[in-house]
Design a protein around this ligand. Structure first.
Ligand code: ADP
Ligand code: MG
Length: 691
């Protein structure tokens, strides 16, 4: 089928609703989406009925409230339309089914918000994200809360943060003379991933349990030749990408670009940006479909941030802009003086927001898996900074210092009077090492890991900007001379927050030193940043804008710490098991073979010293592996006694992680001198060049 026929065919989108709903119901629905007005049960019934008929025509038998609990993936419980009526079978799906669901929520992470005996939670329809059909099931995007309204998911706080942002941004724009009704963040999330052969995947317990390799010698060929990035795509991958595109288009996702990434077996997909809650839902769908479709092609999709040591890991770039009334991008410098002043003001707000909340942005990308990427010279360091380019920095400085700006063309920047000089933002002016880079008319946040939901990062950006817009609006409301006040705000921003601007190479050692001098936070590991999550500053920010309650913030902190502990426990335990059950037996039997050969040669009066040396080295390394494996097991036992709190997390980071590293080193040496036919699982070379 051609694209136009495919696109959105599995989505109950605006066009379908306009066609299938009576006009009054459609208008009420639009009002509800645009202005947050409530929907009557009568309208909900009409919408539900239209949705059901549409789904039935497509062979759908079940519906589900589709939500995003704190597990990092999505959740769904399917219910059929089947109902026992007075005359037998009836197909039921009404307004109540649409609006609210009550899943038994006892097994989802709640970070202490809900004791397991209080199993009730509820899901509430998010009408701004359209319903869709997946695997023959009608999926209704929902928010997931506990019975007393505490958020148990990623969508609820994202929606709240969108409201906070809208309120403050509209207030600010109106003060600036713009008749604005709506403002929301638009996000395009670029998604990186690996594809490997499924059979090989199933031969490695580390990939199956942890999503990454815990052992593996570097193969002779990795990414040295730069021959994978944008290279020709292999036929098997082409077939996968084609099916993925088509399935995504059916779901109304504007899948746009696809290419090979830097590491062998690594690829990327980017959709066209959309409103942030829709982009967030769609990114979850993209990840889910990648996995599902890969398996249909005999491959496994790895979304882990660092599946292989020695080649690049995978990230997710969160391209962020602010759009007013679906028309104006507030990060667009514009073409007239009024636009320029507004742009510089919004830019100042962004600079202050990022500088004040470096900790929150870092936390939004923190996990045991992403610790392998950040600061490893393939992704930004764990230090948050912003790139805005020399030109814009110069302009802001000129405004702050009351002087004319004259780098390229001689022009003075008189806020509110002159147009900004056009500054080239083409690819030569891009900084690919910055965690938060301004490109053209958007900020690209590059710290996110490939497996992350984009919700947390955008909750931070929305809320932090809402706070800055609130502060700025407060000043403008008091002001009698708007131009002077704007200038003053820019001046103060540059005075207090320009330390967050860094246009140089974020991968260099000098930057780490320089950032320290500037007093920027450097939080290399997840355990360094999570303790800062529920700080007074952050509680004040989130409660003021009604995005998280204090309880909710604490619960999220608890869940993230628990997750770190559990991830490392699984990884360390998998290592111990692979060493004792796979690696040690395999090497022992190879050593036996070698020893037999040595004895046999000896009988024939042949002495082969290199054979003896290899056998000796194997024997020594085998002993070492035994010892280090025992040590790791002891540390896991000790960690288990600590529970799953911050102390346990610190213990894992400081003791278990180094012990894992030591064990890996000796095992990788063993791999390098053990006969390939004896090694118990596929090697890096096999995996990276398997498709
Ligand atoms: P890159 O060179 O970094 O790949 P692209 O122009 O291809 O840049 O864009 C990457 C992502 O950024 C895409 O998902 C795209 O839709 C998104 N994007 C582009 N413009 C905007 C914008 N104004 N706001 C948000 N996202 C955007
Ligand atoms: Mg990019």
């Amino acid at each position: 089928m051609e694209i136009t026929g495919l696109f959105g065919s599995l989505v109950f989108d605006d066009k379908t609703m306009a066609e299938r709903l009576p006009d009054w119901a459609y208008q009420q629905f639009k009002q509800c989406c645009d202005n947050g007005t409530s929907l009557s049960l009568e309208t909900a019934n009409v919408i539900a009925n239209a949705m059901k008929n549409w789904a039935l025509e497509k062979g759908v038998t079940h519906f589900t409230h589709w939500f995003q609990p704190m597990t990092g993936i999505t959740a769904e419980k399917h219910e059929s339309f089947v109902s026992r009526g007075t005359k037998g079978l009836e197909l039921e799906f009404d307004g109540k089914n649409l609006i609210k669901g009550e899943p038994d929520a006892s097994s989802f992470p709640s970070g202490g918000l809900r004791a397991t005996f209080e199993a009730r939670g509820y899901t509430a329809w998010d009408p701004t994200s359209p319903a869709f059909i997946k695997d023959g099931v009608l999926c209704i995007p929902t928010a997931f809360c506990s019975y007393n309204g505490d958020a148990l998911d990623k969508k609820t706080p994202l929606l709240r943060s969108m409201q906070a942002l809208e309120k403050q941004a509209v207030r600010l724009l109106r003060l600036l003379g713009r008749d604005t009704k709506h403002v929301s963040a638009s996000v395009g999330a670029e998604q990186e991933y690996f594809l490997i052969d499924s059979k090989m995947y199933h031969q490695r317990k580390d990939l199956m349990y942890c999503g990454r390799t815990l052992f593996g010698c570097k193969p002779p060929k990795g990414q040295q030749l730069d021959d994978h990035y944008f290279g020709p795509i292999k036929p098997k991958v082409v077939a996968f990408m084609k099916e993925l595109d088509e399935e995504l288009w059916k779901l109304g996702v504007f899948a746009k670009t696809k290419h090979n990434e830097v590491a062998p077996a690594q690829h990327e997909l980017a959709p066209i940006f959309d409103t942030v809650n829709v982009a967030s839902d769609q990114n979850q769908l993209i990840m889910e479909l990648m996995k599902k479709i890969a398996s249909r092609h005999g491959m496994t999709c790895l979304l882990h941030e660092k599946p292989f040591n020695g080649v690049n890991g995978s990230g997710k770039h969160n391209n962020f802009s602010l759009v007013a009334d679906n028309k104006y991008n507030l990060f667009d410098p514009g073409k007239n003086p009024q636009d320029s002043a507004q742009f510089l003001l919004i830019l100042s707000a962004m600079i202050a927001a990022v500088d004040k909340h470096q900790d929150l942005l870092r936390i939004s990308s923190a996990s045991a898996s992403n610790d392998h990427r950040l600061g490893a010279n393939e992704a930004p360091p764990a230090i948050v900074s912003m790139f805005i380019g020399e030109e814009l920095t110069g302009i802001l400085q000129a405004v702050a210092e009351d002087r004319s700006y004259s780098k390229r063309a001689k022009c003075s920047v008189e806020v509110g009077v002159s147009v900004l000089p056009t500054f080239p933002m083409d690819s030569t002016d891009r900084n690919r090492t910055s965690p938060m880079a301004f490109t053209n008319n958007k900020f690209e946040f590059r710290m996110l890991g490939s497996s992350f939901s984009i919700a947390a990062t955008n909750i931070v950006l929305n809320t932090a900007l809402a706070e800055e817009f609130d502060i700025i609006s407060g000043k403008l409301e008091q002001s009698t001379d708007q131009t002077a006040t704007i200038k003053q705000i820019i001046k103060e921003t540059m005075r207090d927050h320009s330390k967050i601007i860094f246009n140089g190479n974020n991968y260099s050692d000098e930057w780490v030193e320089e950032a320290k001098r500037r007093g920027l936070l450097n939080l290399p590991s997840t355990m360094d940043c999570l303790p800062l999550y529920a700080s007074d500053k952050n509680i004040a920010l989130f409660t003021k804008h009604k995005v998280f309650t204090e309880r909710e913030l604490h619960s999220r902190q608890e869940i993230l710490i628990e997750n770190y502990v559990k991830t490392l426990n699984i990884e360390a335990s998998t290592m111990v098991q692979m060493v004792s059950r796979d690696i040690l037996p395999a090497v022992t039997s190879y050593l036996g073979e070698l020893s037999d050969t040595v004895l046999h040669l000896d009988k024939c009066h042949i002495t082969n010293n290199s054979l003896l040396d290899t056998a000796n080295l194997l024997s020594q390394l085998l002993d070492m592996a035994h010892q280090r494996n025992d040590k790791l097991q002891q540390l896991i036992d000790a960690a288990s006694k600590l529970g799953e709190d911050l102390n346990a997390g610190l213990f894992y980071r400081d003791n278990v992680v180094p012990a894992m590293q030591e064990l890996r080193e000796v095992c990788d040496k063993l791999e390098s001198i053990t006969a390939a036919r004896c090694w118990p699982f596929p090697t890096y070379g096999d995996l990276l060049f398997s498709v």
